[in-house]
Write a protein that binds this ligand. Sequence first.
Ligand SMILES: [Fe+2]
Length: 349
Amino acid sequence: MGKIIFFGGAFDPVHAGHLALLRAARKAVAPGLTLVVPTGNAAVHKQAAAFPADLRLKMLRAALAGFSKTRILDYEIKRCRPPRSAAPFRRSGTFGVPGGRDELRGRRCGQRPLPTYTWQTLRYIKARWPKSVIYLLIGSDNLPLLKTWKRPGLILRDPRVVLVAGHRAMSGEGVRSSFVTSRRQVTNEDLTPSPLPASRCIFVPGEFPPIASSDIREGLIDSKPARRRQARKMIPAAVRPFLEAPAALCALAELYCKKNLPLSRLRHTRAVVRLASELAEIHGLEAKKAGLAAWLHDLSRVKENFSGHRQALRHGPRSAEIARKIFGVEDRDVLEAVSCHTTGRPRQK
Ligand SMILES: [Fe+2]
């Protein structure tokens, strides 16, 4: 197998910057195999991924369809899943409902699932491909954070691990001793308590789009159409259709609610998502659609209290309008459910 590139990340969602970095690194290293490893519950990330794990996997598969000798490893995602014999997750919040928290984003016994660490994944890859040298690929913006990872010395002192970092134009001696991220000058001292030998550090020159998945997620739910278009452009064309899937819309609606609604309203919405999905299952209706409508039903309730009944009744149609304009929801059942949730309508399901 020879060389293996190991590229980990939340890919929440995968974007043009990921692909540009991966292409440049593959050109520089010429690996026999590229392993792309979406995180399960990365300890370095303060919050769980916004998009469900299964959806992130699907988006990655679509984005990497044209990459040869490339494998998407769901090792970290599987590590986060509880064994079948384990006690069931506590059913709280929106856990276990379509569009709600999945096992990675929900809580297990009141806590997040066990965290995953890069050193563990490296150990797994080394055991599975024992004769290979592993090229750990990271973006330059993550370099200063490496020392905050669990057991950085174990990762970087391993003679079978070579660090590959994307960075902006720099060459010659400067590359060996220091490099520049988009934020500040970083030296090898920043990497780890013991500096990484220059011979085991490859810097991939190139112009990588200065974008982050968090910016894209924010952009996708922005009220300005231009910002939404810009965010979509950063997502590979093959991946964009997945943004219309109910699971993606639910994830984005949840982000929107977190950002714009009062906490009490957010809690209410989560409870409605759970209840709507359960009721849909009982009555043989589409639980995914019911969950989506529930996530969207109070989008316009940015204030907890209304000044009058009329204003209170209008928040349904207003929420439906936001669902249509910002989230691009066209499903008539969903829009009607949102629009009429304050008033009801004849023959309402
Ligand atoms: Fe409402």
